[in-house]
Write a protein that binds this ligand. Structure first.
Ligand code: Z15
Length: 836
């Protein structure tokens, strides 16, 4: 029953209803009130953490007022909504973002100053919300920012993991994983204990006849787990729109079952049941670009899909519309195949519960979903074992079989002569055990399928999904090149550069229309502007140098060339190519006559990134980087000429410090393996250049900024297959420079060679799948070109300014606009009246 205040009493209600603050004095009032009441502290024991808590609570109140109004406005507007389903939302810190997006950071800075705190110190108290692994999770976070900023009625749906991605420590050069228990104090979430969904697992399916003689399926027995909603407000930049990210937390259902156990005196087993239920949302799987087929992961996926679908359907039913209007009200975007069960779940709701005919239901389903593919790596493509699915989700497996049957029948009709096509495109792979191919199910159940950069979208059409292009037609497959939010990745991460740009462009309009950056090219010869530009880069590098000193003890020279590669550690991303290149450089410096050593450009090679805990090769790469660092950094022959740094625990807030501090960053994946990459965009937007392969979005970045402004090297995607084939059939010869690097490692220069034997043999004797040797010469030669270019600081600055000016395309606002127009068919909310 919904409680509503009767009309005569609403006047009093309105009089006292919460108003958003705008003044410094109001912020101070709220800050002190929260410290003294909510937190039960005083001016005598308010440390920086308490100050963070106080100001965060003040801003959380401010956000929730706009959040409430936004929800009312969107309900009233009654338009089609976007639902973005993602198992990962890599949000990072919220306070800085909240203050900037509501336009009150400067005011808050003064308020905190009045009360004895520096805003930077307060901001840095916040724990990152790290509910994601890497690019895919951060993309979801950028999309939420853009959808709110553009006033789209949009919801994110995810899981409220108790443990986010682990914290990384480096001990004796090895990665050690520390659990990330982050929920101790999280002012940014609102528990909704009244919004719950019971989710069923296991059990059996029975057929019954209903009164009209129809066969219906009853899924009975098994166990149920309760999903509880936790809402996170998502403020747009410079707009009242504050959207919702709804995260589900699992707990035991408070029902008969447990009471029986309690009453029977089986207290321990009742508690064990509770804990088992809570396990579902306990931990984020720490794999990036890898699926391991664990049952708990499948449970997470269904738990989240079922709760989200129930919520979406419940909201739709409130509008009292006919079912065939569902796709006019609801667009659901699947972030990778992880939420593919949502397709099956909606079909189940419509057929089993709402008793629609199969075909009518399927028409609704296939006009509701869109599927984004983020990888072509075979080890990342999800497959679930049929026996596992049979056990956990018996009714869903039946529905999948039916979807497959109807699909294969239609294929057979259209391609009667192609004898293998049915086996190739079947959702069920006929292996032992049989497997459900989730990507095929996602394609068949969706209106549109998109890749995340041009090359990648072409590759999926010509390789892994080729048959589906023939079957469904080419129009189903499209490209939406990724982007990043300029609010966090320019304005928040690099406030000085943002301010400099605003001073030239006459305001901060570029933060909402990034294409405006192109006007920067008019100032390329403005001496003052260039001077400030260079000073800002140096300040950002100095800030990073300070962090490096504190974190590692190594002193680096901010005037050296900062060469950065920060991203998840993966063989396909080829951090090994980078570190082999560093060793090559080291050997060259050592071989020089001491008098010659003044010549090379001083360089700091900075690495950062986590390895999945079970990924041994990635851990070996981390170990090698750290061993190389300790040798080079302590070699008096080298001095400032070369330093190697591994920044531990790379995460969103570290990225905000590192991206503005690069001269060059490395995006050097084997061509055809990195779907898009998004840190490439962050580095260029912050005035750094790129060394990279012709892969993912590097290609489009090159097109936008011009090839004179990027350092491309290496083999092309179209040649990879042929090269691998050649390696395999014996014609493999290690590059001669790489051979010298390997000799140094094998000679024990960086510790016991056995530690690195597997890594070297993955190149030397296991067919060099990632083409490290093939690309090595091209890589080191291109690094020499980087040195040459860096010597000429004026030309370097030209390149940087020109590149930033041409990065407008890579705003996630452009990305969201493309999704809205070509996939979702959703309109922005008209904010005309509300903005008055
Ligand atoms: C992930 O972070 C990405 C793809 C995946 O399949 C998984 Cl499981 C995780 C990344 C891509 O590797 C990266 O190239 C892309 O930029 C990013 O998704 C966002 O699309």
């Amino acid at each position: 029953v919904e409680a509503t205040i009767p009309e005569p009493l609403r006047e009093a209600w309105r009089k006292y209803s919460a108003k958003p603050f705008t003044q410094k004095s109001e912020i101070e009032l709220e800050f002190v009130r929260h410290i003294e009441t909510t937190l039960a502290r005083s001016l005598f024991n308010c440390d920086e953490l308490a100050a963070y808590s106080g100001i965060a609570l003040a801003f959380r109140d401010r956000l929730i007022i706009e959040w409430n109004k936004t929800q009312q406005r969107q309900t009233f507007a009654d338009q089609k909504r976007i639902y973005y389903l993602s198992l990962e939302f890599l949000m990072g810190r919220a306070l800085d973002n909240a203050m900037l997006n509501v336009g009150l950071k400067d005011v808050a800075k003064e308020a905190l100053g009045d009360l004895g705190f520096r805003i930077e110190d307060v901001i840095s108290q916040e724990h990152d919300a790290a509910l994601g692994n890497g690019g895919l999770g951060r993309l979801a976070a950028c999309f939420l920012d853009s959808m709110a900023t553009l006033n789209y009625p949009a919801w994110g749906y995810g899981l409220r993991y108790r443990y986010g991605i682990f914290k990384q420590e480096i001990v004796d050069g090895y990665q050690v994983e520390i659990p990330d228990y982050w929920l101790d104090f999280n002012p940014w979430e609102f528990p909704r204990h009244d919004i719950t969904v019971n989710v069923q697992f296991y059990g059996t399916v029975n057929k019954q006849r209903d009164t009209q003689g129809r066969t219906t399926h009853i899924w009975q027995g098994g166990e149920t787990v309760q999903a509880v909603a936790y809402d996170v407000p998502i403020p747009g930049y410079g707009t009242p729109t504050t959207n919702n990210l709804r995260l589900w937390s699992s707990k035991a259902t408070s029902g008969e079952f447990n009471f029986q156990k309690f009453n029977a005196g089986d207290y321990e087993s009742a508690v064990a049941d509770e804990q088992r239920a809570e396990t579902i949302s306990a931990v984020l799987y720490p794999n990036d670009n890898l699926e391991r087929g664990k049952e708990l992961r499948l449970k997470q996926q269904y738990f989240w899909c079922a709760a989200s679908l129930y919520d979406i359907v419940r909201r739709f039913k409130k509008t009292k519309r006919a079912w065939n209007e569902f796709p006019d009200q609801v667009a659901i975007q699947l972030n990778d195949t992880h939420p593919t069960l949502a397709i099956v779940e909606l079909q189940r709701i419509l057929v089993d519960i709402e008793v629609l005919e199969w075909d009518e239901a399927w028409h609704i389903v296939t006009h509701t979903f869109g599927y984004t593919n983020h990888t072509v790596l075979p080890e990342a493509l999800e497959k679930w074992s049929v026996p596992m699915m049979q056990n956990l989700l018996p009714r869903h497996l039946q529905i999948i079989y039916d979807i497959n049957l109807f699909f294969l029948q239609s294929v057979e009709k259209r391609f009667p002569t192609d004898r293998d096509i049915l086996a190739r495109v079947s959702i069920i792979e006929e292996s032992h055990p049989k497997m459900v191919r989730m990507a095929y199910l996602a394609i068949i159940g969706s209106q549109k399928v998109n890749g995340v950069a041009e090359l990648h979208s072409d590759l999926i059409k010509t390789t892994i999904f080729k048959d589906f292009v023939d079957i469904c037609g080419p129009d189903k497959f499209t490209n939406v090149t990724n982007g990043i939010t300029p609010r966090r990745w320019l304005h928040q991460a690099n406030p000085r550069l943002s301010e400099l740009i605003a001073s030239k462009l006459g305001g901060y309009g570029f933060l909402k229309d990034l294409a405006l950056l192109e006007e920067l090219e008019d100032f390329i010869n403005d001496k003052e502007f260039r001077k400030s530009w260079v000073e800002i880069k140096l300040m950002n590098k100095t800030r990073l140098a300070k962090h490096i000193k504190e974190a590692t003890g190594y002193q680096v020279n901010p005037n050296a060339l900062f060469d950065v590669q920060v991203k998840r550690i993966h063989e396909y991303k080829r951090q090994q190519l980078n570190i082999f290149g560093v060793i090559h450089r080291y050997l060259a410096i050592k071989a020089m006559d001491p008098k010659e050593r003044a010549k090379p450009v001083p360089r700091v090679s900075i690495f950062g990134g986590k390895a999945a805990p079970g990924y041994w090769m990635a851990k070996t790469i981390i170990h090698l980087i750290n061993k190389v660092a300790s040798v080079i950094n302590n070699d008096p022959d080298v001095g400032d000429l070369l330093k190697v740094i591994f920044v531990a625990d790379y995460n969103v807030s570290k990225a905000e410090m590192i991206c503005p501090a690069s001269d060059i960053s490395e995006h050097i994946s084997t061509a055809g393996t990195e779907a898009s990459g998004t840190s490439n965009m962050k580095f260029v937007l912050n005035g750094g250049l790129i060394i990279g392969t012709c892969d993912g979005a590097n290609i489009e970045i090159t097109r936008e900024i011009g090839e004179q402004n990027i350092f491309l090297f290496g083999n092309l995607a179209e040649d990879v297959e042929e090269l691998r084939h050649r390696h395999y059939y014996g014609d493999f010869k290690l590059d001669m420079h790489l051979a010298k690097v390997f000799d140094a490692i094998k000679g024990g220069m960086f510790g016991p060679p056995d530690d690195f034997a597997a890594l070297l043999s993955s190149v030397e004797s296991h067919s060099d799948y990632y083409l490290v040797s093939d690309d090595f010469l091209s890589y080191i030669e291109t690094q020499e070109l980087v040195d040459e270019a860096f010597r000429n600081q004026d030309e370097w600055t030209d390149k940087c300014i020109t590149s930033v000016a041409r990065m407008g395309f890579f705003s996630s606002d452009r990305v969201i606009t493309e999704y809205a127009e070509s996939i979702w068919n959703v309109e922005q909310l008209d904010m005309g009246k509300e903005n008055e």
